[in-house]
Design a protein around this ligand. Structure first.
Ligand code: PRP
Ligand code: URA
Length: 209
């Protein structure tokens, strides 16, 4: 079963409260989404493995820590996931970035794929899939299936707001993928929007509505 980590850091919680507000405009919404992603990335990187390495300081030889193992990749689910990329890269600047384009069909709410461009060596990388919203879980589960079809195995999923329905779907379909969440909300409404949620993340980041 995947780990579900709800990040209850006060700064994250405060910023989530701001982006939920209907009066928060596009500029602030976009800025704060990026700030939350940065804080979440910092917290999520606690799970990265370290190894000892011998170096020389100006004074003597010393054994220090360095990040071990796999290199990283950040994969946003378009469009809204793009809003989290810069914040992630502030913390892990040498990560490669791939893109998966999916939108929810407005009638069926099923994900429809329209784009996929991944780093060539993505199968060897530790991957953070990012999308601010996990609602039915259809988009995240489909994106992770696509990554697994490309040979990726070491995958984490990071979202800002999740519904229990989406978490359940992810745990069922991808029990190997850890899920990092800033806020676990109550339920989905009849249009499959998260309640209380923040509305349509893509429209609020890009100002399209
Ligand atoms: C939103 C959101 C997720 C998806 C979540 O994207 O950014 O990708 O919905 O819903 P789900 O868990 O039920 O699949 P949307 O399809 O609205 O596309 P957009 O980012 O291009 O606006
Ligand atoms: N996508 C969003 O952007 N918001 C929701 O509440 C659900 C799906």
């Amino acid at each position: 079963m995947s780990n579900v980590i709800v990040m209850d850091h006060p700064l994250i919680q405060h910023k989530v409260g701001v982006i939920r507000r209907i009066e928060t405009g596009t500029k602030d919404f976009r800025t704060i989404i990026s700030e939350i992603a940065k804080l979440m990335c910092y917290e999520a990187c606690r799970s990265l493995k370290l190894q000892d390495v011998e170096i020389e300081t100006p004074i003597c030889k010393a054994v220090v820590k360095e990040l071990a193992g796999k290199k990283l990749a950040v994969i946003p689910i378009l469009r809204a996931g793009l809003g989290m990329v810069d914040g992630m890269l502030d913390i892990i600047p040498s990560a490669k970035v791939g893109h998966i384009g999916l939108y929810r069909d407005p009638e069926t709410h099923e994900p429809v794929e329209y784009y996929c461009k991944l780093p060539e060596d993505c199968a060897e990388r530790e991957i953070f899939v990012v999308d601010p919203m996990l609602a039915t879980g259809g988009s995240a589960a489909a994106a992770i299936t696509m990554l697994k079809e490309h040979g990726c195995r070491n995958i984490h999923f990071m979202c800002i707001i999740a519904a229990p329905e989406g978490v359940e779907k992810m745990q069922k379909e991808h029990p190997d993928v850890d899920i990092y969440i800033a806020a676990l909300d109550d339920h989905l409404n009849e249009n499959k929007y998260i309640v209380p949620g923040l509305g349509d993340a893509g429209d609020r980041i890009f100002g399209t509505k």
